[in-house]
Design a protein around this ligand. Structure first.
Ligand SMILES: *Cc1c(COP(=O)(O)O)cnc(C)c1O
Ligand code: SF4
Length: 456
């Protein structure tokens, strides 16, 4: 297998071998004419080194200059170095190889390349909108919900997401939790046996050396009331080669262990990332995915539908779809809440339930996660609740022990919602849904073939 970046070089040498057309209609980077040979070849590296996660970490793109060495000369990188001075820049060579176009219309570019818009201050935005720092009984341990706590085990990530909710800390100083701090965490958890679930987060825990991460996991496991450990990591997306056999062998010792990862766009579902997920799931680690709804990246229902289908194919269960937090530096990614709700409306009925995540807003002021759904409750009376399904059909759901005086169901000619709520009708049915077409096709089929004939 060859690397994507070296592929770009080879395609350039082969010259007239055009890569497949791109979604946005702009020229592919490798098609740029006048791009001096080698400018896209920042990583003409052996397959062995490319697959070495430590090589990937050492060779992360950390400066605007390194990025411009990778980009076609026409790429607009104005402001990259200014923005990176405020919020750190790092992109693994692997993740950079997924950039198809060097502009913010490209999802991988938009999620990883610093933009001047990050420096604009809006009054609603805060460095720590979830007030995590207020809920830390021990520095680095966020205890918000009674039975769960979240541990920031490192401030290092393989790549720094421009939309990160912990922009205030991720990457400003790359460090790992100290042994002394870990002892304080263990002491706190021992005094708080109501905490049954600890989320090891960061930063990205999978950027830690295997032994370092093992120290954290074994410390948590030394507290008998901690039943479940979850790891939050974007490594399967940005540094899949880090999910080594050695890492997985260590993780298996600490079951029940869950991993939640962070895919946002189908372009991130590569053979490499799929293999990383496979190694984890095959080791008995149930995987979930937490996406963030990002303007211009994945705020189209069809894009998320493709992503969620792809995740389920890879045995990764879509868990949350987050409304973008009110973090300073991410205003350009925010969508209105109505966008997420209309996406949820689109997905229900179209995708299997296991592929549909819960849409959540992490409430400002540390209020925690609040799930949001489109309105499926149309009307409520003491005897009936009127519900709406994904097709727009409205049904009256009769409550148990119908109250005295309730009108018995009798089909009204042209029922209203009020008829449904008061038991005068049971449904309002939109004509010609796909479901009804299938029913009527079956009805005509059944006229020719009775069930008895089918079983013979
Ligand atoms: C998200 C989060 C959790 C975990 O919440 P779940 O809904 O159980 O996934 C725990 N603690 C903090 C501080 C969180 O932000
Ligand atoms: S990997 Fe997670 S913690 Fe790190 S920058 Fe991305 S969103 Fe933030």
């Amino acid at each position: 297998m060859r690397t994507k970046v070296t592929q770009v070089c080879e395609e350039q040498e082969a010259s007239d071998d055009k890569p497949p057309p791109l979604t946005g209609g702009q020229e592919d980077v490798s098609n740029e004419t006048g791009d001096p040979a080698g400018s896209s070849c920042a990583f003409p590296v052996s397959e062995e080194l490319w697959q070495d996660w430590r090589w990937q970490m050492r060779n992360r793109i950390r400066t605007a200059r390194q990025l411009s060495n990778l980009s076609p000369p026409t790429a607009n990188l104005a402001g990259v170095s200014t923005a990176a001075g405020r919020f750190p820049l790092a992109i693994t060579p692997y993740y950079a190889s997924l950039i198809r176009r060097f502009d913010s219309g490209d999802p991988v570019f938009a999620m990883s390349v610093p933009q001047l818009q990050e420096l604009v201050n809006y009054p609603a935005l805060h460095d720590d909108p979830l007030e995590e720092d207020e809920d830390m009984p021990v520095p680095g341990l966020v205890h918000r919900y009674t039975d769960r706590a979240l541990l920031i085990s490192t401030t290092t990530c393989a790549s720094y997401c421009r939309h990160c909710t912990r922009k205030r800390m991720a990457g400003h100083r790359e460090s790992v939790i100290s042994a002394a701090r870990l002892r304080q965490v263990v002491a706190y958890l021992t005094e708080h046996p109501e905490v049954h679930d600890v989320i090891v987060s960061g930063g990205d825990p999978f950027t830690m050396a295997t032994e370092q991460l093992e120290q954290v996991l074994s410390a948590l496991r030394s507290v008998s009331s901690v039943e479940v450990v979850r790891i939050g990591t974007r490594v399967p997306v940005v540094l899949p080669m880090r999910v080594t056999d050695e890492l997985v062998a260590m993780l298996r010792k600490y079951h029940p262990l869950y991993v939640n990862t962070h895919f946002n766009h189908p372009a991130e579902l590569t053979a490499e990332s799929a293999a990383a997920c496979r190694r984890l799931v095959d080791a008995g680690v149930p995987m979930g995915n937490q996406s963030v709804l990002l303007r211009g990246v994945n705020d189209r229902a069809e894009v998320l539908e493709e992503l969620f289908r792809g995740l389920v194919r890879n045995r990764v269960r879509p868990y949350y779809l987050y409304q973008c937090d009110l973090v300073r530096g991410v205003e350009h990614f925010r969508t209105p809440l109505s966008k997420g709700l209309s996406i949820m409306e689109y997905l229900r009925g179209r995708l299997s339930g296991i592929a549909i995540p819960t849409f959540v807003v992490d409430a400002p002021h540390g209020g925690g996660k609040i799930p949001l759904l489109p309105n499926y409750i149309i009307s409520v009376s003491p005897t009936h609740t009127v519900l709406r399904n994904f097709e727009g059909m409205m049904v009256a759901y009769p409550e148990p022990c119908m109250q005295e005086g309730a009108v018995p169901p009798a089909q009204a000619e042209m029922p209203t919602v009020s008829d449904l709520a008061n038991g005068r009708a049971t449904k309002i049915q939109p004509a010609a849904t796909g479901r009804h077409q299938r029913r009527s096709m079956r009805a005509s089929h059944d006229l020719q073939e009775t069930p008895a004939e089918l079983t013979q």
